[in-house]
Design a protein. Structure first.
Length: 166
């Protein structure tokens, strides 16, 4: 399939899935946070079970953040970048990061449970899952992650400034 055909198929399947599952998230919102167009283009397929495919793409995004956040709180001894960044994190910030990890793990496990449900129960749960993840991203995660990405950008900028004569 050509790129445009795949993207058209994705949009059509998204709208059918949205109607069937009853979630309120828009195509643009899901694309903006979870890059579903990139995913479908890399896989070169829109699944017949698109709702599961989309939920798994959402979880892939979430799992990548879990690893990043975990590395800030518990860096590996050989990970020089996260070891440095971790030293700049205060106790309250560690607790905040761990709480966000808990939310992300909740979504990961909820998705696993949904995969084992069937029929209308699965549809209802998937619809709720998609809206719940999006509400979390908009309400908590975006503000949180921007704060820490800025913090570490500034951390490294200060490191550069301290070593400006190198």
């Amino acid at each position: 399939m050509e790129q445009e055909e795949l993207l058209d198929s994705l949009k059509k399947e998204f709208e059918k899935t949205k109607k069937r599952l009853g979630f309120s998230a828009t195509y643009e919102e899901i694309e903006n946070y979870f890059f579903i167009e990139d995913m479908v283009l890399s896989q070169k397929a829109v699944s017949r079970r698109f709702s599961r495919q989309m939920a798994n793409w959402i979880i892939e995004g979430i799992n990548s953040w879990i690893s990043q956040l975990y590395s800030w709180v518990y860096p590996a001894p050989t990970d020089a970048i996260h070891l440095h960044e971790s030293k700049s994190i205060k106790k309250e910030e560690r607790e905040e990061i761990i709480k966000i990890i808990d939310y992300l793990m909740y979504f990961t496990r909820k998705n696993k449970k949904i995969a084992f449900c069937m029929g209308k129960e699965q549809d209802r749960m998937e619809g709720e899952f998609i809206d719940e993840v999006l509400d979390f991203y908009r309400g908590k995660f975006l503000k949180f992650i921007k704060k820490y990405l800025s913090k570490f950008e500034n951390f490294w900028k200060e490191e550069i400034n301290e070593k400006s004569d190198v």
